[in-house]
Design a protein around this ligand. Sequence first.
Ligand code: MN
Length: 288
Amino acid sequence: MKAPEQFSPQQPRMVERVVEGVVTSDGAGVKLMRVLTGQLQRRLDPFLMLDAFGSDDPDDYIAGFPDHPHRGFETVTYMLSGRMRHRDSAGHEGLLESGGVQWMTAGRGVIHSELPEQQDGVMEGFQLWLNLPAGRKLCDPWYKDFPTEVIPEYVTSGGVTVRVIAGRSNGVVGVLEREVTEPLYLDVHMPAGAVFSTALPETHNAFIYAYRGAVAVGGTRLAAQRMAILANAAGADGVTLQAAEDARLILVAGKPLNEPIVQYGPFVMNTQQEIHQALDDFRHGRLV
Ligand code: MN
């Protein structure tokens, strides 16, 4: 695709806070870094969680995520490297491969498994949880795999490669757009010395996670494996990033729902009563 004209923010966002992730394990012992933790759900509404996984040691990922339920939100899995097989109770099955995205709307409920389909090599990627508005939490489950070749990509005149997973950036529309939360999800590859800008709606909550190399955002240096929460300032119209070295990052933004968030493990609802209902439905086989 030819280089689009880059948006030039009049008032670029500043960094409010740099966050270090928490090393943890989930599923059947998959080692990962929880970048967006429960404490940040309110601040980064509509996003509920971001996990970064990356290892070339099969012991860190091989057991994967056997059958488990979800209700009330969407999961977006972006695989940088590796192969993961998905199967769910709605009858969907797919193989997520390097560069591909899997978008799943759990809605009223799915039980699924996410299992590595490799015995060795590097497994690296992200899983982002995107909340659903109250009126959509019990919608029908939905699922789609987007292989790497269908993900829109553009290269700026400065050599920055931008993969548009969700939303739109510099006129390029991603594989998915969502009403209400209007998520933007970009994977940005910057060569040393490059500058990259994109528009961001003023009211969106936004963050950047640098997964290779360091970038500068509004005068703040963001080291690799760190998340920068971007400040929400009146009149801010975009973000500008500078790379002193080769760097790769994801930029994620969305419109807050401003609704109560009650999470119990893989269920995210608006009230405690709805969580009790989800548990009861799960225990009695009524979740799906
Ligand atoms: Mn899952």
